[in-house]
Write a protein that binds this ligand. Structure first.
Ligand code: NAI
Length: 584
C-alpha cells in the first residue's frame, strides 16, 4: 500500500533521520554509534552484522559474536522467566520494548499465550496503578485539560505527521478495566492496546499513537501521593470537559485526517455520549462498548450454533443490567432484528436482573437504558419477590422463564448459585452460561462448578481466563470473551481499506468471523478461539471487516471486495529486523 511506510520520518528520540525502503525491509539512517543502539526502532543489539557494525560506527560497542534474532529471542525468554513475579515480568518487557522494539514484538508474538496476560490484562492493571512510581521512559502523548492550547504543539512534538499514523488510542483514565479511576496512569492502557494491535494483528507499532487526556482524577490515593505525575485536582466535568475533548478531536482530524480514533476506558456516561457525538463525524470506535459487544455476540453466535436453538428462539437472562449487560443485550437484540424479528419481539426475548431483582416496568431504580427490556407488571403477577424489597430473584426468574442463556455482568462473585444453575439445567438441554464479570474473583461462577451442576451439559464462556476443566474423564476447554480476540482485527480491517467509518455491519462481520472459526463438535470444545490463534484470527476478522466496509461504501471508490485480502496482508508488519545502512 502506497504511503504505508513513509519515506522519511524524523523521530523524537535523538532525532535520527530514517528513510524506509522496500516495504520496510531496508532502513537508511543518519544515526550511528551509541545513538543508534539507544534507538528502539533501529536497535538490533548483538544481531547487527559485521558490515553494519563497520558502516554504522558500532565497532567495539558490542560483544564480538554476531547473534541470530532467534537466539536473541531465546536469551530474552530465559531472562524473562527468571523475573520473580508478573509485575517484574511486565517491567522487564516494557524495558525491552523501549530498547529494541523488533525483538520485543518477536518474543511476545512467539510466546503470545504466556505473555498476553503480562503486557495486557490482568497484569497491566498493576502497571497502571503503579504508573507514577514505576515511571521510566515516557511513551505516547500527554494532553492536559489545564493547558488545552498545547494540544496542537504536543502532537507536532511527537514528530509524526499526517501520513505516519493509522490509529490514535485515547483514554481519560476514568474507568480502567475493573479498577476504576487512575488518572494519568491511563496512558498505560492505551500503550497496552497499541501493543496488542501489533502483536495480534501486525499493525506497525509506530503507526499507532497512544494518548492520555489528563482531566484530573477523583482517586484520593493519587491526589495525596507526592509522586503522582498527573494533574493534582478532581476531574473536570461538564462543558469544560466537553470543550477539551472537542479540541482534542478537532486536532486529530486536522493533523491526522482519516485516522481511526479508538476510545478506551472512559467512564460509562462519557463513553456512550462521546461515541454518539463523534461516530458519524470521523472513523471512530469504542472498544469497551463495541469491541465487547462484538466478542460477546461472537460467543452468543457460536453457542447458538452449538446448542441448536436458533437465536430467535433463545430466552436470555442478563444478570447485572449495567453498561456491559445492557450493551450485550443491545447487540444481541440488533442481531435478532437483522434476522427479521420486530424490535418488540426481539426485546421480549430478554429478562434483565439488576440489584433490585428482575427489571419490571415502573419499578424502583429502572434506568433509561434498561427500559426497553423491562417486563410488563402483569406478566410477573404472583412471582415470588414481586413487590418485595429484594425484588424477583434469579432463581425465581429461571424457574418461571426456563431460559436457554444466562449472561452475567454484575461483578457479583458466585451469583450463579448451584440452585439457580441446577434449575436452569432442568429446563433446557444445553444451557448456555456466561459468567463474564472480571477479574476472576468477581466471576459469577466457576466453570468446574457449572459443569458439575449441569452434568457436563453447560456451554460456557467466561470473562476472565480459566484453565481447562477435567470432567468425566474429558478435558473441557473454556472460551474467554476477551476483546483482544476481536478489536485488533477490527482495527486492521478498517485501516487496511482506509474505511471512513466503523459501522454496525462491520462490527457484526467481526463477530461472525470469530464465530465462524468455531466448530463445536464435542461438548468439551471451546466456544471461542484461543489466544494462540490470535494472529490468524485477527487476519480473518480484518478481511471480514474490510469486506463489510467495501460493501457499505465506507472504503474509497475503486476498492473491490476481492482486493481486501491483499490490502490486509500488505498492511501487516512482521517483527523482523530491516537491513540498516548509513543515510547516503
Ligand atoms: P456496571 O457497574 O455498569 O454494571 C454492573 C451492574 O450489575 C450494575 O447495573 C449493578 O447495579 C448490577 N448489580 C450489582 N449488584 C447486583 C446484584 N446483586 N444482582 C444483580 N445485579 C447487580 O459495570 P460494567 O461495566 O457493566 O461491568 C460489569 C462486569 O462485566 C465487570 O466485571 C466487567 O469486567 C465485566 N465485563 C466483561 C467483559 C468481557 O468479558 N469481555 C466485557 C465488559 C464487561
Amino acid at each position: 500500500m502506497k504511503g504505508r511506510y513513509p519515506s522519511v520520518i524524523e523521530t523524537t528520540s535523538r532525532h535520527p533521520l530514517v528513510r524506509i525502503k522496500d516495504s520496510g525491509r531496508i532502513f537508511e539512517t543518519d544515526a550511528h554509534g551509541r545513538g543508534l543502539l539507544s534507538h528502539p526502532r533501529l536497535n538490533k543489539g548483538t544481531a547487527f552484522s559485521e558490515q553494519e557494525r563497520k558502516a554504522l560506527g558500532l565497532t567495539g560497542l558490542l560483544p564480538p559474536a554476531v547473534i541470530s534474532p532467534q537466539s536473541q529471542a531465546d536469551r530474552i525468554y530465559e531472562q524473562y522467566q527468571r523475573q520473580p513475579n508478573d509485575e517484574a515480568k511486565q517491567v522487564y518487557l516494557t524495558a525491552l520494548q523501549n530498547r529494541n522494539e523488533t525483538l520485543f514484538y518477536r518474543v511476545v508474538t512467539e510466546h503470545v499465550e504466556e505473555m498476553l496476560p503480562i503486557i495486557y490484562t490482568p497484569t497491566i492493571a498493576l502497571a497502571i496503578q503503579h504508573f507514577s512510581h514505576e515511571f521510566r521512559t515516557p511513551q505516547g502523548i500527554y494532553l492536559s485539560i489545564d493547558k488545552p492550547d498545547d494540544i496542537e504543539v504536543s502532537f507536532r512534538n511527537s514528530g509524526f505527521t499526517k501520513d505516519d499514523i493509522d490509529i490514535v488510542v485515547v483514554s481519560d483514565g476514568e474507568r480502567i478495566l475493573g479498577i476504576g479511576d487512575w488518572g494519568v496512569g491511563g496512558i498505560n492502557i492505551t500503550i497496552g492496546k497499541k501493543t496488542v494491535y501489533s502483536v495480534a494483528a501486525g499493525i506497525y507499532p509506530r503507526r499507532i499513537l497512544p494518548v492520555v487526556l489528563d482531566v484530573g482524577t477523583n482517586n484520593k490515593q493519587l491526589l495525596e501521593d507526592p509522586l503522582y505525575l498527573g494533574n493534582r485536582h478532581e476531574r473536570v466535568t461538564g462543558e469544560a470537559y466537553d470543550r477539551f475533548v472537542e479540541m482534542f478531536v478537532s486536532a486529530v482530524e486536522r493533523i491526522y485526517p482519516g485516522v481511526l480514533l479508538h476510545w478506551e476506558d472512559f467512564g460509562g456516561q462519557n463513553a456512550r455520549r462521546l461515541l454518539e457525538k463523534y461516530k458519524n463525524r470521523l472513523c471512530t470506535f469504542n472498544d469497551d462498548m463495541q469491541g465487547t459487544g462484538a466478542i460477546t455476540l461472537a460467543a452468543v453466535l457460536s453457542s447458538v450454533k452449538a446448542s441448536g436453538v436458533p437465536l430467535q428462539e433463545q430466552k436470555i437472562v442478563i444478570f447485572g443490567a449495567g453498561t456491559a449487560g445492557i450493551g450485550i443485550a443491545d447487540q444481541i437484540r440488533q442481531a435478532m432484528e437483522r434476522s427479521g424479528m420486530s424490535a418488540a419481539d426481539a426485546a421480549a426475548r430478554f429478562w434483565c436482573i439488576d440489584r433490585y431483582g428482575l427489571v419490571v416496568q415502573g419499578a424502583e431504580g429502572v434506568t433509561e437504558v434498561q427500559k426497553p427490556y423491562a417486563r410488563r407488571p402483569e406478566e410477573v403477577e404472583g412471582w415470588q419477590g414481586r413487590g418485595g424489597k429484594e425484588g424477583i430473584s434469579l432463581v425465581e426468574v429461571i424457574r418461571r422463564v426456563q431460559p436457554t442463556m444466562l449472561i452475567g455482568a454484575s461483578t457479583v462473585s458466585g451469583a450463579f448459585t448451584e440452585e439457580a444453575v441446577r434449575e436452569m439445567a432442568k429446563g433446557t438441554k444445553m444451557p448456555v452460561i456466561m459468567p463474564l464479570s472480571n477479574p476472576t474473583e468477581k466471576s459469577e461462577a466457576k466453570p468446574d462448578d457449572l459443569l458439575n451442576w449441569t452434568d457436563g451439559k453447560a456451554l460456557i464462556v467466561t470473562g476472565s481466563p480459566f484453565g481447562d476443566v477435567e470432567y468425566n474423564g474429558k478435558t473441557y476447554k473454556i472460551g474467554q470473551a476477551n476483546n483482544a480476540l476481536v478489536y485488533p482485527g477490527i482495527g486492521l480491517g478498517t485501516v487496511a481499506v482506509k474505511a471512513s467509518r466503523v459501522t454496525d455491519n462491520m462490527l457484526t462481520a467481526a463477530a461472525e468471523a470469530v464465530a465462524s472459526k468455531i466448530t463445536h463438535n464435542k461438548p468439551e470444545d471451546p466456544l471461542l478461539p484461543g489466544v494462540h490463534e490470535l494472529r490468524s484470527l485477527s487476519r480473518h476478522v480484518a478481511i471480514a471487516v474490510g469486506q463489510a466496509a467495501v460493501k457499505e461504501g465506507m472504503a474509497p471508490g475503486g476498492l473491490q471486495a476481492q482486493d481486501v485480502e491483499r490490502a490486509v496482508d500488505k498492511a501487516v508488519w512482521q517483527a523482523e529486523y530491516p537491513e540498516i545502512h548509513p543515510l547516503g
